[in-house]
Design a protein around this ligand. Structure first.
Ligand SMILES: Cc1cc2nc3c(=O)[nH]c(=O)nc-3n(C[C@H](O)[C@H](O)[C@H](O)COP(=O)(O)OP(=O)(O)OC[C@H]3O[C@@H](n4cnc5c(N)ncnc54)[C@H](O)[C@@H]3O)c2cc1C
Length: 366
């Protein structure tokens, strides 16, 4: 139905990650006034988390005319060699994108941000949301700017796309139940003397796990885990340990050198019980989080946003049936739960210690 008149309200999105940016583009393209409030200053970054963009996400992007541009930034992987002999043939996937696209998360964010701005969304950097209150007619959001000043903005609806430590979720008083998934994972962005044979290299031997993905410009992201050294996130990554763990998991360290950035992280498996509380919604990592195993977090967040955007637009244009906004939780919460389960199973499989190794160490009897 072609919209008539004017929309009855506006939307504030908290967080300019992939989830918030796709949502902003969809709302602006539908003629809804929307502002994204982002705590970070506006600065290009070569840091990234996600590399894998899956087929369904490419379809979502294609529907918005963005898939071709994003695909041009990365490399296609038609088969995934998982942990030695196990392989996943993606070329048989039905659809236009029978592959995983490997491209750094900042490329996905760039494409989504350019589209959101071109469609008329406002993106405010250096704006941290510190509180919110809702009433029957709207939501008041307290915002602190980079120079320390605090003000209040009002919107018809607010979407918390503000990541795993979501302030919006905290302000709603919602729990984030779940459990720790993995700790002391080493990250390093490095150069390699030898290019790996596969685009994505994954290997595990029970007490060591390693993953290597290309940025596409000569730099590589190495992710490694050492069962025998579980350190706090604050402990620096020792490059000698990283090389040794990668050699154990992959048989070679590919000549890792010149680290430009290193870090340790841990991840949890958690999901919020309700994606909607009145006029406030949660999407992406603010609603669900799991380990990077399977590369699903960003993909799931983008698909949350694609589900929510047109529904908010329909409500604000005045043609949504009364149940439409609630269907966001009903449709996306089960998907989030499935993703948590799938990613958790993959992680436990990758990190499982073979029984023969436990026996050899005297920790178990055959
Ligand atoms: C090592 C690693 C590898 C990964 N690999 C993959 C992968 O291959 N594929 C995949 O799909 N996923 C992957 N993920 C997960 C993926 O990175 C996240 O799921 C994704 O970034 C979530 O997007 P988001 O927009 O929901 O949240 P975020 O990307 O976290 O964005 C939230 C934004 O909100 C802002 N913000 C936070 N609080 C406030 C506030 N109070 N006010 C204003 N702004 C605020 C933050 O600055 C941030 O910009 C990986 C994660 C890790 C750690």
């Amino acid at each position: 139905m072609a919209p008539t008149g004017r929309p009855t309200g506006n939307v504030l999105i908290v967080g300019a990650g992939p989830t918030g940016l796709l949502l902003a583009g969809d709302l602006a393209a539908a003629g809804i006034g929307c502002t994204v409030l982002e705590r970070r200053a506006e600065a290009p970054s070569n840091l990234t988390r996600a590399f894998a963009v899956h087929a369904r996400t490419l379809e979502v992007l294609d529907a918005r005319g963005l898939a071709g541009e994003l695909i041009a930034t990365g490399r296609r992987v038609g088969a995934l060699r998982l942990l030695g002999s196990t392989a996943l043939d993606l070329s048989r996937l039905p659809g236009r994108f029978p592959f995983v696209l490997v491209t750094p998360q900042y490329e996905t964010e760039r494409v989504l941000k350019e589209r959101a701005l071109a469609a008329g969304a406002e993106i405010v950097h250096g704006a941290e949301v510190v509180g919110l209150r809702q009433d029957a007619g709207g939501v008041d959001v307290d915002v602190r700017t980079a120079d320390g000043e605090t003000g209040t903005r009002r919107a018809s609806y607010v979407v918390g796309a503000d990541g795993v430590r979501s302030t919006v979720r905290r302000e709603l008083g919602l729990p984030f139940p779940g459990q720790a998934a993995v700790r002391s994972v080493m990250l390093a962005d490095v150069r390699l003397d030898e290019e790996p044979e596969d685009v994505l290299t994954i290997g595990a031997v029970g007490d060591a796990f390693a993953f290597i993905a290309p940025f596409g410009d000569g730099w590589y992201r190495v992710i490694a885990w050492n069962r025998h050294h579980q350190a706090a996130d604050s402990e620096p990554v020792d490059m000698a340990e990283l090389r040794e763990v990668v050699r154990r998991a992959l048989g070679t360290d590919h000549g890792i050198r010149d680290p430009r950035w290193t870090s340790r992280f841990h991840s949890d498996e958690r999901q919020v019980p309700r994606y909607r509380t009145g006029r406030v919604f949660l999407a992406g990592d603010a609603a669900h989080v799991h380990s990077p195993a399977g590369g699903q977090g960003m993909n799931t967040g983008i698909q949350d946003a694609a589900n929510l955007g047109w529904k908010l637009a329909a409500e604000l244009w005045g043609w949504a049936p009364s149940w439409l906004l609630d269907s966001y939780h009903e449709e996306r919460h089960p998907v989030g739960r499935q993703v948590l389960r799938g990613s958790g199973a993959l992680l436990r499989f990758a990190l499982a210690e073979p029984r023969w190794l436990r026996v050899a160490r005297g920790g178990d009897a055959l």
